[in-house]
Design a protein around this ligand. Structure first.
Ligand SMILES: [Zn+2]
Length: 414
């Protein structure tokens, strides 16, 4: 497959050229910055007419549901949404109705993921008191919950310590202090309007400080990574301790003021913060202080959102358009920030063998962006089964139009 006349993110530069992809090996075979290459008659030629080719994205935090919750999302629809969003790999969270915390449930998820071609799906294992011991020692990707959220699972500090002692894997921690949430519930009625007060900034800060303090003396080969950080104060603390973290697009691009209009469509854990906090987060991103962005794609049906006020919003398909819209017109420095946060740093954190760069003999995992394309976000147009978005009705500029995973096209809107 020959991708002709592209703008290629190549060695930290934006260069005009052509990429020859070997569909059989799934690798990039040649890159030419001058003359057109590989014009063999059996090549599929795609003229990109100056569109931008970047390494594909990896989302380390999605909830692809399936199994007992296939009415919300399945691995198939979740992977289609990922491909449409420019992602080729998605890590799936384990807080399902029947959680992934035993070899049997893990095998079931892995087997199902193998049948999906639109994206590579890698399941996490839940760390709690019921997690099977062999998984704590041997499985590389675990998730802990320090505050109750969808699924009602909780992880104690002693379980986290045990993981750090025995594992060389990575533990992603949802940091909201559960005692603080319970305290706040005594002060505030459990209403939609009070959601951000019940899970206030202190809820996040306390959980992070407590986690860092109680694990600081443990010598470990394992890594801690903090999920969906929402505060500049959290970022400062985590930077000072060299602990990795991620920020979501909804905390970067929405705030409390949007909540009055969004209602339950703006409800997630941790909640949206103030406009000032949002501004600090965007500033931190532009300064290169946010090294990983994850979507926390958490689909519920719109009826469940309205009737049960469940927390979580879908985000796989709007993540890149939001970032490109924000960074438009694109420059080299901003493009590097996006690619680092969504392609290179997630791969390196998760120890994936591919580097997330465009180079000969690297896997052809590529996302093509049409920087000029303007499109209004419409729930009905989305591939996610839940078919709604907190950005419904908003026009964004800069959309993925072609996604290639290991040399095969997984999404094509050229
Ligand atoms: Zn989540």
């Amino acid at each position: 497959m020959l991708l002709k006349n592209a703008l290629i993110w190549y060695r930290e530069q934006i260069l005009r050229g052509h990429i020859l992809v070997n569909e059989e090996t799934g690798l990039i075979e040649r890159i030419s910055l001058s003359k057109i290459i590989g014009t063999g008659s059996d090549n599929l030629e795609i003229n990109l007419k100056g569109k931008l080719v970047i390494p594909s994205m990896v989302d380390i935090h999605s909830h692809l549901r399936d199994f007992e919750e296939s009415h919300k999302e399945t691995y198939e629809t979740g992977a289609l949404a990922a491909a449409a969003g420019g992602f080729t790999t998605v890590f799936d969270m384990p807080n399902k109705l029947n959680p992934i915390n035993s070899p049997e449930s893990l095998t079931k998820a892995v087997e199902r993921a193998k049948r999906i071609q639109w994206a590579k799906i890698i399941p996490y294992v839940l760390l709690n008191r019921d997690t099977e011991s062999s998984l704590i020692s041997n499985y590389p990707y675990l998730k802990a919950y320090r505050g109750i959220t969808t699924g009602n699972y909780l992880t104690s500090i002693s379980e986290i310590k045990e993981f750090l002692i025995r594992s060389s894997g990575i533990l992603v921690v949802h940091c909201e202090d559960n005692a603080r949430i319970s305290e706040n519930l005594k002060k505030f009625q459990k209403t939609l309007e009070n959601h951000w007060k019940i899970r206030d900034s202190q809820t996040e800060l306390l959980a992070i400080k407590n986690l860092l303090e109680s694990t600081k003396d443990i010598a470990t080969r394992a890594k801690l990574h903090i999920a969906h950080v929402t505060l500049i104060e959290s970022i400062k603390i985590l930077h000072s301790r060299s602990v990795s973290f991620e920020v979501t697009p909804h905390h970067l691009f929405l705030n409390n003021d949007d909540f009055s209009q969004l209602g339950v469509k703006g409800k997630m854990n941790p909640p949206l913060r103030s406009k000032v906090e949002q501004h600090y987060l965007l500033e931190a991103f532009l300064k290169g202080q946010i090294r990983i962005i994850s979507t926390d794609h958490a689909p519920h049906t719109i009826h469940e959102k309205k009737d049960l006020e469940l927390s979580g919003v879908p985000g796989l398909e709007t993540c890149l358009p939001l970032l490109f819209n924000f960074c438009n017109p694109i420059d080299k420095r901003k493009l590097a920030l996006i690619i680092n946060a969504l392609a290179q740093n997630p791969r390196s954190l998760m120890n994936l063998s591919e580097k997330g760069i465009i180079a000969v003999n690297e896997p052809a995992n590529l996302t093509v962006i049409d920087l000029k394309k303007r499109k209004v976000v419409r729930g009905d147009d989305l591939k996610t089964k839940c078919k709604w978005s907190p950005w419904e009705g908003i026009e964004l500029q800069g959309w993925p139009v072609l996604t290639i995973r290991e040399g095969k096209i997984t999404y094509n809107d050229l």
